[in-house]
Design a protein around this ligand. Structure first.
Ligand SMILES: NCc1[nH]cc(CCC(=O)O)c1CC(=O)O
Length: 293
C-alpha cells in the first residue's frame, strides 16, 4: 500500500488535527507522513479576519498541493472550508464532533458574577468574528469589541497581557490543545444559546476527486450522523453565499433541532430562531426563507 502524505498548516492546532488523523489511519494499517505547508493566512497577520476568513486564505496552498499531488490528504477545521469544493477535490470524510460550544475566557480581575456572562460592566471583548460580535452585543449593549488575531495560543496570551477583559474561542481548539488555563476564568456558552459556526468542532478530510482508493479507506472513518447534521448547518451558509465572515451561527443539536442566529450586519445584533429538522426535507429552504424575509 502506498504511503499517505498529509498536508497541514504549521499551527499547533492544525498539527494536532493532522496527527489525530494520522493515528486513525495507522490503526487501519496505513503508512502516513505529515508535510507542513505555510499558507497566506499564516504569513499575513495584520489584516482583519473579515477580509481573510472563508476566502481560502488558510486553504489555497494546501489545496494546490493536493492538485499537484505533492500531498494526498488535507485535514481542515471544517468550519474554515468554503461551502463549495474546488474543482478536482472532495471532502471524503468528516470526523467525530468535538464539543461545539464557544468559550468566554475572562481575566480573573474582570469577573463579575452578577452580570450576564459573568463579566464586569463596560468590558473590552476580543474577537474578529462577525458571528461572535453580532451575538455578543445582543446579550450586552455595554460590550466594546476589539479585533483579535492569531492562532489559539497567541490569542490567549493577548488576554493574559491585559489587552482585553475577555475573549471568545471555540472549545474544540482549546480542548484539543490541552492548554493550561488555570489562571483564567472560563464560561462555557451553551451552543443552543450562543450559536457556533456551521460545522464547528468537526474535521473535514479533503482529497483529490479521482483518488477512489483513499476515499475507500477514509469512508471507514466517516461519522455519518455528524455528516448529516453539518450538511444542514453548511447548507444554510452555502445558500446565503457566505464565508466565515457572515454574521451567521447555525447549530443542529443531537435531537435534530436547528438553532440559528443571523444578522444582516453584525452591528444590528443577531436574531434567533429554531427549527425541527426531523423528517423535514426542506429544512434549509425553510430556514433561509425565515431569516432573509
Ligand atoms: N477560525 C479559526 C478556527 N478554526 C477552527 C478553530 C477551532 C474550532 C474548530 O475546530 O471548529 C478555530 C479557532 C476558534 O474559532 O476559536
Amino acid at each position: 500500500m502506498k504511503k499517505i502524505i498529509i498536508g497541514s498548516r504549521g499551527s499547533d492546532l492544525a498539527l494536532w488535527q493532522a496527527n489525530y488523523v494520522k493515528a486513525e489511519l495507522q490503526k487501519l494499517g496505513q503508512e502516513v507522513e505529515i508535510k507542513v505547508i505555510s499558507t497566506q493566512g499564516d504569513r499575513i497577520q495584520h489584516l482583519s479576519f473579515d477580509k481573510m476568513e472563508g476566502k481560502g486564505f488558510f486553504t489555497k496552498e494546501i489545496e494546490a498541493a493536493l492538485l499537484d499531488k505533492s500531498i494526498d490528504l488535507a485535514v481542515h477545521s471544517h468550519k474554515d472550508l468554503e461551502t463549495t469544493s474546488p474543482t478536482g477535490l472532495q471532502i471524503a470524510a468528516v470526523s467525530y464532533r468535538e464539543d461545539p460550544s464557544e468559550l468566554l475566557l475572562i481575566r480573573n480581575d474582570s469577573v463579575d458574577d452578577n452580570e450576564v456572562f459573568g463579566i464586569k460592566k463596560n468590558p473590552i471583548i476580543g474577537t474578529s468574528s462577525a458571528r461572535r460580535k453580532s451575538q455578543l452585543i445582543t446579550f450586552r449593549d455595554d460590550f466594546e469589541i476589539k479585533d483579535l488575531r492569531g492562532n489559539v495560543g497567541t490569542r490567549i496570551n493577548k488576554l493574559r497581557e491585559g489587552q482585553y477583559d475577555a475573549i471568545v474561542l471555540a472549545m474544540a481548539g482549546v480542548k484539543r490543545l490541552s492548554l493550561d488555563l488555570s489562571d483564567i476564568s472560563i464560561n462555557t456558552l451553551d451552543p443552543t444559546m450562543f450559536i457556533p459556526a456551521p460545522a464547528q468542532g468537526v474535521l473535514g478530510l479533503q482529497i483529490r476527486e479521482e483518488d477512489t482508493a483513499l476515499a475507500e479507506i477514509l469512508s471507514k472513518m466517516n461519522d455519518t450522523e455528524v455528516q448529516q447534521r453539518i450538511e444542514i448547518e453548511r447548507g444554510v451558509l452555502r445558500n446565503l453565499d457566505g464565508g466565515c465572515q457572515m454574521p451567521l451561527g447555525v447549530y443542529c443539536d443531537e435531537e435534530q433541532t436547528v438553532h440559528v442566529a443571523f444578522a444582516k450586519r453584525w452591528e444590528d445584533g443577531a436574531e434567533y430562531s429554531t427549527y425541527a429538522a426531523k423528517n423535514n426535507a426542506n429544512i434549509v429552504e425553510e430556514i433561509l426563507q425565515n431569516i432573509t424575509q
